[in-house]
Ligand binder design. Sequence first.
Ligand SMILES: Cc1ncc(COP(=O)(O)O)c(C=O)c1O
Length: 380
Amino acid sequence: MTAVTDFAASLPTPACAWIYSPARLADRLEHLREALAGHTILYAMKACANPAVLAAAVEAADGIECASANELATAAEAGASRLALSGPAKTTREFERAANTEAPMCVHIESVRELDGLAEAGYTGPVALRVNRGPALPGTHRMTGEATAFGLDPRDVPAAAAHAADLGLDVTGFHMHAVSNCLDADAYAGHVHACLAWSHQAARQLGIDLRYVNVGGGLGADPRGEVIDLGALARALEGLDTGGAELVFEPGRYLAAAAGWYLTEIVDLKTVAGQAFALVRGGTHHLRLPAAWGYSHPFTVVAVDRWAHRWPRPRFDEVDLRVCGELCTPRDVLNAGQRVASVAVGDRLVFADAGAYGWEISHDRFLDHPRPLQVVIDGS
Ligand SMILES: Cc1ncc(COP(=O)(O)O)c(C=O)c1O
């Protein structure tokens, strides 16, 4: 945090930036590798596609999971040695990009129609059938165990496998991404065991030579700081027998969350109806999660000594501070009330653990304010 706080104080006013530490992603990858004992890790670049963070993932992970033709192109350009393509509503662009990508890849098929598109594009590589099966896992963004737009209904898997065979496509296994931000290590391990068991049974029934079981991402790293217990996950996966299939994980959030900070500057302080407000340069159009999920993102105050104005510098002491952004909507709240000892206009607020699904899901065109700086720091 020291590098970030030093940096936060030094930025020109009015400061607003995304700050990334590729080293933090590399650290998380190392821990995950230990916990997953040699199984394959693909980085889901949708979580954070900052070029420096992506470069660190290309270096440290086994490959990159993509969800669009453009992501495939970006990952290939970044030097990814292996790719996977997931995601709903794939079009000819995705199929053609997959067919013309040089790095080894696997396409995760979401529907029977996608098989036709893929074959038509001339794709000859491995295919995994994405299946919406099993109980819902605890976490956010549940994609399986209930009616969602993702994957095949298990009842449609035999027809999909038969159609793939008719088209000459090589079905090597299954893809079962289920959830995001699962903080329950035992439940996640249960998902892995169940995916393997289900895949072997389905492959036997369908005559598929099972080489690939992808359990998806979903390892928890909450923007409020809580992280899945990798030690507990490793214990619960001890002695896992994959039956000869490659077991693949494709986490995004767990790897990227701690690698990004959002930084804003307080441009105004005021009290309305007894509530203390800080108004900042920036807001939920840059860091959308607090508005989308309805939580308060914790922040650290970085005091700035400089004051270049003739008017007295507004200041609050010992106050529950509501932090709002520059948007014309009462929903632009980054934190609904965090206790702060002292805060002044011109100070910076740093929101940590914001790297996953931060800038990537922003809607920054609203009101046409300047975009935040994108800064990469060495170390963490
Ligand atoms: C298919 C697929 N794989 C992997 C991920 C990454 O999930 P997470 O960031 O929760 O690890 C997602 C996220 O939506 C996804 O849809």
